[in-house]
Design a protein around this ligand. Structure first.
Ligand code: FMN
Length: 232
């Protein structure tokens, strides 16, 4: 299984440790790549919309390309973020903005419809669930049909301060989640994804997309003539 981890933080704190527990418990032959933000992508979207006409037209494409390729090749994506002010971290938010062309509304990659993702978020006291949901919603809108969320309030500012009781509970949760991920290799595309895909397809057909290039993309994939990315 090809596993790619994208961390919304460059340090190995509570969030990283929990993701690492999950990773270590996944039982299969693994090829793992790990990216730490903002170290491995340190840009903000300029709002120039050049990506709408072609991903490679983004001024930061050369830096983004490495992550883009790794994500497309992965079977399982693990995204992590600490909760900062009730939201995903700023580097994670910047990452999501830089990849907004992936949304179903624009130019989704067909590979996404066969992937699974896990989102992990921690907070000191409140808001981990909120940060995880924002991140998971983005990935779902990339077309990833199965996005699992794990959020935990660790009552601490760093991993060393996390109470043992909390660490034990988290370890049990990660073993359980890893067992499910190891045992369920087939991804099923749900009704919500199917509905959104056909809704955005009708928008492209009616020329209500963001650009001519988007419509060409949908057409060239055969998606405006009945083909479905999850069958390709
Ligand atoms: C800038 C900043 C903002 C934070 N905002 C919140 C918050 O809104 N709610 C909360 O419970 N914890 C908040 N925290 C605490 C972290 O979310 C928490 O300690 C988290 O587990 C840190 O994860 P890490 O060890 O992976 O960095 C904040 C921490 C920082 C540095």
């Amino acid at each position: 299984m090809k596993i790619v981890l994208i961390h919304g933080q460059a340090h190995k704190g509570s969030t990283w440790h929990i993701a690492d527990m999950l990773l270590q418990n996944i039982e299969c032959e693994k090829q793992v790549r790990e990216f730490f933000l903002p170290r491995e992508l340190n840009h903000f979207c300029l709002g120039c919309y050049r990506c709408i006409d072609g991903r490679e037209r983004c001024p930061f494409w050369e830096d983004k390309r490495v992550l883009d390729e790794a994500i497309r090749q992965a079977d399982l994506l693990i995204f992590t973020t600490p909760n900062y002010c009730m939201m995903p971290s700023a580097p994670m938010k910047a990452f999501l903005d830089l990849f907004f062309t992936n949304w179903l509304t624009h130019k989704p990659y067909k590979e996404m419809f066969g992937k699974r993702a896990v989102v992990i978020s921690t907070a000191a006291g409140a808001g981990a669930g909120k940060a995880a949901k924002l991140l998971a919603d983005n990935l779902f809108n990339w077309g990833i049909p199965q996005v699992k969320r794990y959020s935990v309030n660790v009552n601490a500012m760093n991993w060393a301060m996390v109470p043992d009781r909390k660490k034990d509970k988290t370890a049990r949760d990660m073993r359980r989640l890893a067992a499910r991920l190891s045992a369920e290799p087939r991804v099923r595309v749900g009704i919500k994804t199917r509905f959104l895909f056909s809704f955005y397809g009708s928008m492209q057909k009616a020329n209500w997309g963001a650009s001519e290039s988007e419509k060409e993309y949908w057409e060239s994939n055969g998606w405006l003539n009945g083909k479905k990315p999850w069958k390709q």
